[in-house]
Design a protein around this ligand. Structure first.
Ligand SMILES: [Zn+2]
Length: 243
């Protein structure tokens, strides 16, 4: 590990002496566009040991205003592969980054997610988010869901590895009521970058032991700069997590 890279985070009490722990962590990202791409770069640059990037899309010209890992020459190429290359070139050579250019679903989830500490869902496919959450819940794999809707960014960390988490806080389906939220809405580069940063920050803090983040919905609305934290509650009729 190149310790000089991490000189400045090492000066923060929570991060001091923790690079080896971060280097042992494995994080999967579903969707490496506006939120997931920069989030992957921030996590790789922070020294997370392994990143698995999954995205079935190719880079489009209308992505470039907010999907800052990609350049003009990436247009038309698979996002997962181009994001992995960008992250790898920036980060510690020991970082392991793999790309999967497809959708994550019931057929491939188990092999893709094997050994991960956490999955970040930053997909813009609303139906896929419900599927990924259910797969994470069944696999008892923690999930951070990060989304932007207009000026509002929403983050929720579901620690499905905790046996009583579902009973206490429910799952992503409880939060949405099973409705596929339309995530293909207007967005700016700064909004996407802020959501990426919030997601990466929450994951790092959680990996370093700040477990109280789990079970909360964090909402930041940049229209009025209001930050709201709400406890997640289960839906007693949820077909995924209710018994
Ligand atoms: Zn539920």
């Amino acid at each position: 590990m190149q310790s000089e890279r991490y000189l400045r985070p090492e000066m923060l009490p929570r991060y001091h002496g923790q690079q080896a722990l971060l280097a042992s962590c494995k994080v999967g990202l579903v969707g490496v566009g506006g939120i997931g791409g920069l989030c992957a770069l921030l996590l790789g640059a922070a020294g997370i040991g392994e990143l698995r990037l999954a995205d079935g899309d190719t880079v489009a010209l209308h992505n470039l205003h907010r999907q800052l890992l990609f350049t003009n020459s990436d247009v038309g190429l698979p996002k997962a592969e181009r994001a992995a290359a960008a992250v790898q070139s920036h980060c510690d050579p020991e970082l392991k980054v793999t790309a999967f250019s497809g959708m994550i679903g019931p057929d491939n989830f188990a092999s893709w997610a094997q050994g991960l500490d956490l999955v970040i869902d930053a997909s813009d496919d609303a139906q896929s988010r419900l599927v990924v959450s259910e797969l994470c819940f069944k696999a008892q794999l923690p999930l951070l869901s990060a989304a932007v809707s207009g000026y509002q960014m929403l983050l929720a960390l579901f620690d499905y590895a905790q046996p009583d988490f579902g009973a206490e806080h429910g799952c992503y389906r409880c939060l949405t009521g099973g409705v596929a939220i339309n995530t293909k809405v207007g967005i700016t580069g700064p909004l996407a970058a802020m959501a990426s940063s919030l997601a990466a920050h929450q994951v790092l803090e959680w990996l370093l032991g700040r477990t109280e983040i789990a079970g909360e919905l964090l909402s930041l609305n940049l229209a009025d700069y209001r930050l709201t934290r709400l406890k997640l509650r289960p839906d007693p009729a949820c077909p995924v997590c209710a018994h």
